[in-house]
Write a protein that binds this ligand. Structure first.
Ligand SMILES: C[S@@+](CC[C@H](N)C(=O)[O-])C[C@H]1O[C@@H](n2cnc3c(N)ncnc32)[C@H](O)[C@@H]1O
Length: 282
């Protein structure tokens, strides 16, 4: 406030109420940009064991790339975690399926950092040591992703409140952005747009401490406890109408059979074999 010659909060509020360009400056100051690799590790375990293999086999059947969107990607920790999982786990079983990742954020500084792909040790503390060695090169105090794990990621400057990528995705991660920081009416709008951007049978991941603003009839929760949802294949007339739009926006073919959504069996935390294996190998 000192920078713009405002003495107190009452005057600042009056300035905002007058519709000043200060709204934009204030908006820019309000981004919480905390992130880390494998944030909410049990979510990534579900992604690794259930979601990514399903996406890969569907993309293979349909002869197209698998598509993933990280909305509010911060410095890229989330999208690089997914790329690591794909490269180290999925690529060996489905070598002929490529993954194309889109990562969007409103903060240009964060996007520049994401493109640089060099991180401080604190961002990596949930990563097992052997993976740090395998996937990163040291540059002084920083850990930089090896080139292989940086391929296929498109970073875009985009405001989630008003825009979304023009194509459709097999998986969208919208974690600790809209469903934490946006007003309820805005959350509902953003959720609607996100679900529109999901392919039929596509998946949505939200943060462990978040909940959806409303029950979108097109979504089903994967398990009672998970923060993962799946879009119905053809849930209602609206979706049936959307198939044309989905097809025109997405290069991949998708199945048109109206088979019912079948929920994945509940995951238990003690199924986190992968995380345990990691820890055991340390
Ligand atoms: C707390 S971080 C979450 C990062 C990551 N999704 C995760 O869960 O670790 C929130 C990110 O959302 C971005 N963000 C905030 N408002 C946004 C908006 N309207 N559109 C796009 N990104 C936004 C911020 O710049 C920040 O990088």
């Amino acid at each position: 406030m000192g920078d713009i010659g405002i003495a107190d909060l009452v005057s600042y509020r009056a300035l905002l109420k007058a519709g000043s360009a200060e709204w934009h400056a204030l908006d820019e100051c309000c981004h919480i940009t905390i992130s880390r690799f494998f944030r909410d590790i049990h979510v990534f375990e579900m992604l690794r064991t259930r979601v990514l293999p399903d996406i890969a086999s569907r993309a293979k059947r349909e002869g197209r790339d698998a598509r993933i969107w990280s909305a509010g990607c911060a410095s890229g920790e989330e999208v690089y975690t997914l790329k690591l999982l794909w490269d180290l786990e999925i690529a060996s079983t489905c070598p002929d399926v490529a993954v194309s990742l889109t990562a969007t954020d409103i903060d240009a500084t964060m996007l520049a950092r994401a493109r640089r792909a060099c991180f401080e040790a604190t961002s990596l503390h949930e990563l097992p040591r052997h993976l740090v060695t395998q996937a990163f090169d040291r540059a002084g105090d920083l850990y930089c992703m090896k080139p292989l794990h940086r391929e296929g990621i498109n970073f875009l400057h985009q405001d989630l409140r008003t825009h979304s990528p023009t194509y459709c995705f097999d998986l969208i991660l919208c974690r600790y952005v809209a469903f934490t920081y946006f007003s309820l009416p805005l959350q509902k709008q953003v959720l609607g747009r996100i679900v529109d951007r999901l392919l039929p049978r596509g998946y949505l991941a939200i943060g462990t401490h978040e909940k959806l603003p409303n029950d979108d009839p097109r979504l089903s929760r994967l398990t009672d406890t998970s923060q993962l949802f799946q879009k119905a294949e053809l849930s209602d007339g609206r979706d049936a109408q959307n198939v044309g739009a989905v097809k025109s926006n997405c290069s991949g073919r998708h199945e048109q059979s109206a088979s019912a959504f079948s929920p994945i069996a509940p995951a238990r935390l003690d199924e986190l074999r992968w995380a345990k294996d990691f820890r055991a190998r340390e």
